[in-house]
Each structure stands twice: as C-alpha cells, then as structure tokens.
Design a protein around this ligand. Structure first.
Ligand SMILES: [Zn+2]
Length: 367
C-alpha cells in the first residue's frame, strides 16, 4: 500500500510499504482527515533519534474503522473515531506507577509515526482499540476531533502542569497551535491575566479570541523585561513554554515568579547539548521555581474528555484550521506548509476524497 514516509533524514515522500496486520485487540483504520504537525517536521528535518527505514509519518488523524480484532468490545466496522496522537500501552507496568508517557522507555507513549508506523497511509493499525480510539460525541465535527487528538491535549497539558490558580498571571511563550490551546486552557483553569507572546497576525487574533488579555511581541524588546514590566517586576505566576529555541527555556525561568512560580514546558528542543538554567534568576539554585517538562497526555479517555470540551462549547479548536486540502495525496504539500509557515497559517488539515477544498470543508462540518 501507499504511505507517506521518512526516506532518510531530511527527505520525506511516498513509498510502497507492507499493509498493517490486525491483532486480537487491535483495529485497522483509514484516514478520514489528518494533519501534519511540527513534530512531523522535526522528525523529517530536525535530526532527532534514528528512525526505522521508510517510517510511515503522521500521528494526527480521524479515521474510519475497516477491521476490528476478535477481542475488541467497543468499536465496530465503519465507525469514525478520533485517533489519539499519544497512545500509551496500558499493559506497560510503569503505568501502574503513574508513568503514563514514558512507561517502558522514553517516549513509549508517543509511538505513532515515531517508533511504529504512523497514520499517513492508506491504512494503519492501532494495537489496542478499546483503550486507544476515542468516540466522537454528537455535535463534534471531524475538524474539532482532529484538533483534539494532539493540539488541544498538548496545549491543555501545558496549562495543567502550570499549576494555575484563580487570579494568576500566566505567560504563554509561542502562540502556534499548541500555544493557542494553552491560552484557552489557562483561561479555563482560572488565569486572570494571560500574556501571550508572539507576532504573526493570525495567531495574535486567535490568542485574543481564546483568552489572552495582552499580546507581547519579541520584536518590541527583550521578552523577559516586557513580562517583568507588566507585572511590577514580580514576574508571571506561571509560564507555559509552547515554542521557540533553547533560549525560551532560560527566558521562562527568568520571568517566572520567585518562591511559587511554575514553568510548564511542552516545547520541543531539537539537537543535543543542554538547556541553560540561569543562576541569577534561578536564585543560585534556591529560587523556589518549579519546572515541569511534559509530553502531552493521551489515550482514549483523555481525548474523549478533550472532545467533551468541544461538545459543550468550551473550546473552538476548529478555529485553528486555516488551510484545508482535499485528498490524502496532498499530505506532502501540507507538511511543507507546516514547515514553511506562511503568514496566514496556523494549522492545515487534509481530508479524504477528491473534490474542491470547499466541498471537503462542508463535508467535514456535516459529519
Ligand atoms: Zn502533532
């Protein structure tokens, strides 16, 4: 079958790969809608860990079930489901110790398109359907479900680990798709002020729509100084890091409040080496600042909870989709859009079936 794969570091393209195999607890699905994300861009162009030859890319997908294993209870043929990007193996014993994301080895929760074939293929397998696939509630569109499988849960993970209390001032560094959902999450967790840091116009508009009270642009001067100036020199109660290079980690520690401040990082730092922890603003090791480094939460219940937020009208993640392409053969184009980030792009979605892009948009809204 045809799949969109990592051919070698820096080169992605279509290839013939073996069909997925059905297992007793598993399911075989085909993509109904899929989205490339920055982590696919990192996997292809970022020079991360060594990957299997012709690794099938992709981990953001709404899929149609083509086959289910003999022991699957809750899902049936033809059902359209959300496929979580993070797919913990609930039989990993580390999970019984509360280690959901890195249970058996680092990143054991993040296998799709990384250590096992991803979703950018004619078909793909999920090894444990009942604990992984998520039921899409009535009233939730394919577009919303697609945003919930990774972007919403990742942004919300950032907000959860930021330990936000009613009335807090929260800074969100980076307002791409993840940062925008961190803004939405911070608002829902009770932040009073949300300082969103970014500059692209479309992202600024969405940040304000999702709950940012102020937008700070790093073109206007040092971002740490801007945050300190707006908080009377005290710093933000919480800082959620959702984008940027190595320097943002240091900036986050610099700008978070002494004594009770929390930095919550869901940003990816490519390459090797170390992230500099600032000695001075780190209180020479005694500042009382907490740093969390987190992979998104995943699995069925988590993604069903994210979609419950959309069903209840608490979030509007479909507002992140700025580009819609029709036909899975356009995944490559979509990946390059995510890599090159034109000014008007937040998130691109590719949907099945050919036709006009407008048709596909209407269809995905109806589904
Ligand atoms: Zn993703």
């Amino acid at each position: 079958m045809r799949a969109f794969v990592l051919k070698e570091p820096g080169v992605a393209g279509w290839a013939d790969v073996p069909e997925p195999e059905l297992t007793p607890y598993g399911a075989i699905l085909e993509p109904v809608a899929a989205a490339p994300c920055s982590s696919d861009v990192h996997t292809v162009f970022g020079g991360g860990s060594r990957k299997a030859p012709n690794l099938v890319l992709g981990h953001e997908c709404v899929g149609r079930i083509l086959e289910v294993g003999s022991l699957v209870r809750d899902f049936a043929l033809g059902e359209i489901v959300a496929v979580p990007a993070i797919t913990p193996d609930w039989r990993d014993l580390g999970i019984q110790e509360g280690n959901y994301k890195h249970a058996s080895e680092p990143f054991s929760g993040h296998r799709l398109g990384r250590s096992r074939p991803g979703v950018f293929a004619e078909q793909f397998a999920i090894p444990d359907a009942d604990t992984t696939l998520a039921k899409i509630p009535d009233g939730v569109t394919v577009e919303q479900a697609l945003m919930c499988v990774d972007v919403v849960t990742t942004g919300f993970t950032g907000a959860e680990y930021a330990d936000i209390k009613f009335g807090d001032t929260v800074a969100v560094l980076g307002i791409g798709p993840i940062g925008l959902m961190a803004v939405a999450g911070a608002k829902l967790r009770g932040a009073a002020r949300i300082l969103a840091v970014g500059s692209r116009q479309i992202c600024v508009e969405r940040a304000l729509e999702f709950g940012a009270t102020e937008v700070l642009d790093y073109h206007n001067g040092d971002i740490v100084e801007q945050v300190l100036a707006r908080t009377g020199g005290r710093g933000a109660d919480s800082v959620i890091v959702c984008g940027g290079g190595d320097e943002v980690f240091t900036q986050a520690v610099d700008m978070v409040r002494y004594g009770i401040g929390t930095v919550s990082n869901v940003n990816y730092y490519g390459g090797t080496g170390s992230l500099p922890f600032p000695k001075f603003s780190g209180g020479r090791g005694m500042a009382g600042k907490t740093v969390h480094t987190e992979l998104a939460a995943g699995g069925r219940v988590r993604i069903e909870r994210m979609m419950a937020m959309a069903a209840a009208g608490r979030i509007a993640p479909e507002r992140l989709i700025t580009h819609r392409l029709s036909g899975m053969d356009r995944i490559e184009e979509a990946l390059y859009l995510m890599k090159d980030k034109p000014q008007d792009l937040i998130k691109v979605m590719v949907s099945e079936k050919r036709g006009t892009d407008e048709d596909s948009q209407r269809r995905s809204t109806l589904l």
